[in-house]
Design a protein around this ligand. Structure first.
Ligand code: BGC
Length: 643
């Protein structure tokens, strides 16, 4: 078998709607065509018998890292670069804006993806895309390897067919450090098949207000679980050669309600707003980052939020503290176009301010080239010192050298722990999901399914793979099966399917035909929230029938009530939604949060008693919105009705 590089011009059409992308922020889908060159693995053709032997063509060598740089330190390489080449290393553009040709011309440092379309590309297709960028980077005059970045926040959630793990809020509820480390290993292992070496995870936001749309990206509202789980996940990722990225530095979960950023024509309620933090809260947040730095995290992403009115992207005080007092010698990367929402009047001013504040790499989907030019101008105008640029470039080169990219730019020597999308990965996801379910009310006889029972399963969250995975799953905001028209994740098991499988094994019956409701012993009411990401999940009304409730919640709740049967309510949501009005009607209630593709199997595990309830609340449960951010709550962190 011979590896033959064939430069096919394949047209990959990505339907993109990345809300962070300025022109998409208003909600319109953007269709972008990207030309990529795809590598095909082909068998060497059998020689055709002819009278004169055909000469064997000389194989085209793989492009190589600039030989002048091999074996050199980051400082030595930096010394050999021109100012323009240094600035190229300090920017990252998006896949739909930065072409292979751009890469070959300028040897940019990095490329990132958006969440595009369903079905997602396969891991092989992603791998081909990464190879083509690497070919282009190494064919450039500078020939420094590039690195691809993505948000594999709960599985390789943008590649088709792979397991989707529970979201961070579930991981916080499960609070199983060893299994979270193993989740990191599995995600890192799956990731290495895609060619993407940089993962924008873990998110260590500590959501203080469940009305924030990124609450489910937080492990917990508290420091302890956030620290131990994020460190374990990071160690798992790093064991597979992945460059991890702790985000978002810092205070992202502390933005005050009503202060959300208005930018790009979008009004936000909380997201990207202003955090007013006490020094104790600041210390708590810094301590999480310190633990991650001690564990070796290679990169840190800055938060879109402001701290006491100063946008974190230009907060030189804390970015310097990170580098000088906390010993962080990795790369500080900006968040998506976020430098553009800082105080400078022009993009030039913003680039100068943010680079001077200590940001090393600018994540700028389309303006990466302009930003590169402004870095060069900034130095030439005396607004940015060459020492600051060198500091950034040395950090970036070290990140790439330490990840092995200079020795092995195509990541051919990586040895992933598991085969792609292994059964083991699905087992771990199932176990973590089951461990994450938090019973908040239990009444005997209404939460255990036993032989001979007849249970009626209803509600819009009962049979929808998209609902159970939530946002940052294949597409940025996620998508329901109903919207998509069929299962978004064909290999996933829904609650209904999981219970139907268990029914056969245990000998109970699952009924969905309303005309048979009178035969039933119990209603299993499955309600939840629509999938959402970032500010699209900000909500004023957190009720289970409120702003982001699934259509059909109210109807299903009413149906359960009218049946007169005992009700077990399962809630599929990114946060502790308010259920005060219904609590008396429901005998048992279990928070499932967003448990991923293995939801149905995990639900069956706990409801049949095969697995005990061990999950506990990772955040306080409020009975009304008025309690939020006060000392009051309904149920405390650590609560479980099973204990
Ligand atoms: C989010 C980050 C994410 C980045 C790249 C941003 O809008 O805040 O969490 O890593 O986009 O997708």
């Amino acid at each position: 078998m011979k590896r033959e590089i064939r430069l096919l011009s394949s047209l990959i059409i990505l339907s993109l709607c990345m809300g962070s992308f300025a022109s998409c922020a208003g909600g319109s889908a953007v269709e972008t065509e990207i030309e990529t060159e795809v590598i095909e693995e082909t068998e060497a053709a059998e020689p055709t018998p002819t009278s004169t032997p055909t000469p064997t063509p000389t194989p085209t060598p793989d492009p190589e890292v600039n030989p002048d740089f091999v074996g050199k330190t980051a400082e030595e390489i930096c010394d050999m670069l021109t100012l323009e080449e240094k600035a190229d290393q300090m920017v990252q553009g998006a896949i739909y804006a930065l072409s292979d040709d751009d890469m070959e011309e300028n040897c940019y440092s990095s490329v990132l993806s958006t969440y595009s379309d369903v079905p997602a590309l396969s891991y092989e297709e992603w791998h081909d895309i990464c190879i083509e960028y690497q070919n282009a980077a190494l064919l450039s005059d500078t020939a420094i390897p590039f690195v691809y970045g993505q948000d594999s926040v709960h599985g390789v959630n943008y590649a088709s067919g792979t397991v989707i793990f529970p979201q961070n809020i579930n991981i916080g509820a499960a609070n199983d450090v060893e299994l979270t480390r193993e989740m990191g290993v599995i995600v890192g292992s799956d990731l290495s098949y895609t060619g993407m070496r940089w993962n924008f995870a873990p998110c260590v936001a500590m959501s203080q207000d469940p009305r924030w749309g990124r609450t489910y990206e937080s492990y917990s509202s508290g420091r302890e679980r956030t620290t131990s789980l994020s460190v374990a996940f990071t160690e798992g990722l790093m064991s597979q050669g992945v460059i991890a990225c702790a985000k978002h530095f810092f205070g992202d979960g502390y933005a005050a309600f009503g202060t959300g950023e208005s930018s790009d024509g979008t009004e936000r309620l909380i997201d990207r707003g202003n955090a007013i933090m006490t020094s104790r809260e600041i210390q708590d947040n810094l301590s999480v980052y310190q633990a991650l730095i001690d564990a070796g995290v290679q990169t840190i992403m800055i938060s879109h939020t402001a701290l006491n009115g100063v946008k974190m992207h230009e907060n030189s005080q804390y970015i310097s503290y990170l580098k000088n007092n906390m010993g962080f010698d990795g790369v500080v990367v900006s968040d998506w176009n976020s430098i553009e929402n800082t105080s400078g009047e022009t993009l030039y001013d913003q680039v100068v301010n943010c680079i001077n504040a200590g940001i090393d790499m600018l994540m700028e989907d389309s303006n990466y080239e302009e930003c590169r030019d402004y870095i060069v101008d900034g130095v030439n105008n005396g607004d940015i010192s060459i020492e600051r640029v060198d500091d950034a470039v040395i950090r970036i080169l070290n990140m790439k050298i330490n990840a092995g990219l200079f020795d092995d730019p195509y990541s051919e020597n990586l040895e992933p722990a598991y085969e792609y999308n292994s059964d083991h990965g699905r087992e771990v996801a199932r176990t973590l999901a089951a461990e994450s379910f938090v019973p908040i009310k239990l009444t005997d006889g209404t939460y255990r399914l036993t032989e001979g029972m007849k249970v009626f399963v209803t509600g819009p969250a009962a049979d929808d793979t998209g609902v159970q995975c939530g946002g940052w799953s294949t597409i940025w905001n996620g998508i329901t099966d109903e919207e998509y028209g069929t299962k978004v994740y064909p290999e996933a098991t829904t609650i209904l399917e999981g219970l139907e499988q268990a029914a056969d094994e245990i000998g109970f019956e699952v009924i969905t035909d309303e005309s048979r409701i009178d035969e039933c012993d119990l209603v299993i009411l499955c309600v939840g929230e629509k999938p959402y990401a970032e500010w699209n999940g900000d909500a004023e009304d957190l009720s289970i029938t409120g702003d982001l409730a699934l259509e059909g919640n109210s109807e299903a709740i009413e149906f359960a009530e009218e049946s007169g049967l005992p009700t077990l309510t399962l809630i599929v949501a990114g946060r502790n939604v308010i259920i005060n009005d219904y609590l008396d009607e429901w005998e048992s209630v279990v928070m499932l949060y967003l448990p991923g593709t293995e939801t149905g199997l995990a639900v069956a595990d706990v409801l049949t008693g095969a697995v005990p309830f061990t999950g506990t609340l990772p955040m306080p449960y409020y009975s009304t919105e008025n309690q939020i951010t006060t000392e009051g709550y309904w149920l405390p962190v650590g609560y479980s009705a099973a204990n």
